[in-house]
Design a protein around this ligand. Structure first.
Ligand SMILES: Cc1ncc(COP(=O)(O)O)c(C=O)c1O
Length: 423
């Protein structure tokens, strides 16, 4: 006999909060104070950002790291550093944060959407192939939620077509594909340190690469178009000041010491929860291919097939929240349906190309289905806890499923009644 849903007046599965984010302590305080008291607060004066760049790049299998203001700028600078030109086409997924595509527009290039796979939520290599045109110059696979995209297939396509691959690794700190770190799998990679991310300093980003020439171009773009060894008032290419400050560098150095253990904890907990939830009818956790040797679980994602589960997503989310499990539906629609794309509100960018671009007609059925009906997200901090936390999450899902008939009835009762004869 399943106990009554908390939504309907029963006792919630969980009353205690989950792990908090960000995690910080003495180490962050000490480093921040040291940076403060040094009086060397800028990237070009202090040593924190430089040290962080070297350490982060090495941890991600790269010789070079160029820290920047955020993970949007890092994508934009990577595209420019790779030598792409105005109105070149860049293939991006539709199931990702705005920046993956907005950075392309802000580089005066054209985002072309290729659908994701329903099972993995990651870019579908077959859709990438189909989206290639004579103007395609680059692909931005997103390691969505922290699970590496199918980089073997994507790099094969890129080699055959001479395309640049920029990993959007904003979610993938510490993730591994066939035991190789995310961030070292394409020509360049972009990470974010914005406050929700698995490694954070509030706002920040980094570009990683193993290519010295590309690293040099990124360094120059990050630093007002100056060149290494050049003179202060000598700017060789158009760019701006995209440097990261020393306070952020100090926090990042302390946070980086925690990353390895935190990533292993999230990976262990996420794997456990996926196995358990996968036993429930209608619940499809993000499918994890064997190539994903470490998942960073920036998000834990699943698809809920409401018919098979016995209750629709909005009701299930409300019921889970009432049981004490924070969760959400994630993106409500696919990225090409953003007003910015629908209305081609590109500002001064893509001036000539805009007239021939029509994002209203873009169809990405897998992404659309996940956004509109099926996706459920749980955030990374939940996965920093113990096995008992995972048990609570699983128990809440099981309880909601056990009460599906009552939940579906509650959901039907709250919906506005259709008027008879209404079209
Ligand atoms: C997939 C993805 N790419 C890029 C970004 C942009 O990062 P930032 O917010 O640091 O500019 C984000 C972050 O929010 C993201 O989730």
């Amino acid at each position: 006999m399943t106990s009554q849903l908390a939504l309907l007046g029963g006792r919630p599965v969980r009353k205690r909060p989950f792990s908090m984010w960000p995690v910080f302590g003495k180490a962050e305080e000490t480093r921040l104070l040291r940076a403060l008291r040094s009086g060397r607060w800028g990237r070009l004066q202090g040593a924190e950002v430089e040290r962080f760049e070297t350490r982060f790049a090495a941890m991600h299998g790269c010789r070079h790291g160029v820290a920047v203001a955020n993970g949007t700028v890092s994508l934009r600078l990577a595209l420019i550093a790779a030598g792409l030109r105005a109105e070149d086409e860049v293939i991006v997924p539709p199931y990702t944060f705005f920046s993956t595509a907005s950075a392309v527009v802000e580089a005066n290039m054209i985002p072309v959407f290729a659908d994701i796979e329903l099972a993995t939520f990651n870019l579908d290599p077959a859709a990438v192939e189909a989206a290639i045109t004579p103007r395609t110059r680059a692909i931005i696979p997103v390691h969505f939620a922290g699970q590496p995209a199918d980089m073997g297939a994507i790099m094969r396509i890129a080699r055959a077509r001479k395309l640049i691959v920029i990993e959007d690794a904003a979610h993938a700190h510490g993730a591994r594909y066939k035991d190789r770190p995310a961030g070292s799998l394409g020509h360049l990679a972009s990470f974010s340190f914005q406050s929700s991310k698995n490694l954070t300093c509030g706002e920040g980003g980094i570009i990683t690469t193993n290519d010295s020439r590309l690293a040099g171009a990124c360094r120059s773009l990050q630093n007002c178009g100056r060149v290494p060894g050049g003179v202060w008032y000598e700017h060789h290419i158009i760019s701006g000041n995209y440097r990261l400050g020393e306070f952020q560098g100090a926090v990042l150095n302390a946070q980086l010491d925690r990353l390895e253990a935190q990533t292993n904890t999230r990976d262990r907990n996420g794997r456990f929860l996926a196995a358990r939830l996968g036993l429930l009818p209608g619940v499809h956790p993000q499918e994890r291919p064997a190539s994903c040797t470490r998942h960073s679980y920036q998000l834990f994602m699943l698809r809920l097939d409401g018919d098979a589960f016995g209750a629709p997503r909005p009701a299930v989310i409300e019921a889970l929240r009432a049981e004490g499990i924070p969760c959400s539906a994630g993106y409500g629609f696919s990225l090409p349906q953003q007003p910015m794309f629908r209305e081609r509100a590109f500002g001064p960018y893509l001036d000539r190309a805009a007239a021939r671009l029509d994002y209203v007609r873009v169809r990405c059925p897998n992404s659309d289905l996940i956004c509109r009906e099926q996706g459920i997200w749980l955030e990374q901090a939940l996965f920093l806890g113990r096995r008992a936390d995972m048990d609570d999450i699983a128990e809440a899902f099981e309880k909601v499923r056990g009460n599906r008939a009552a939940l579906a009835a509650w959901d039907r009762a709250r919906r506005p009644r259709r008027r008879k004869g209404a079209g």
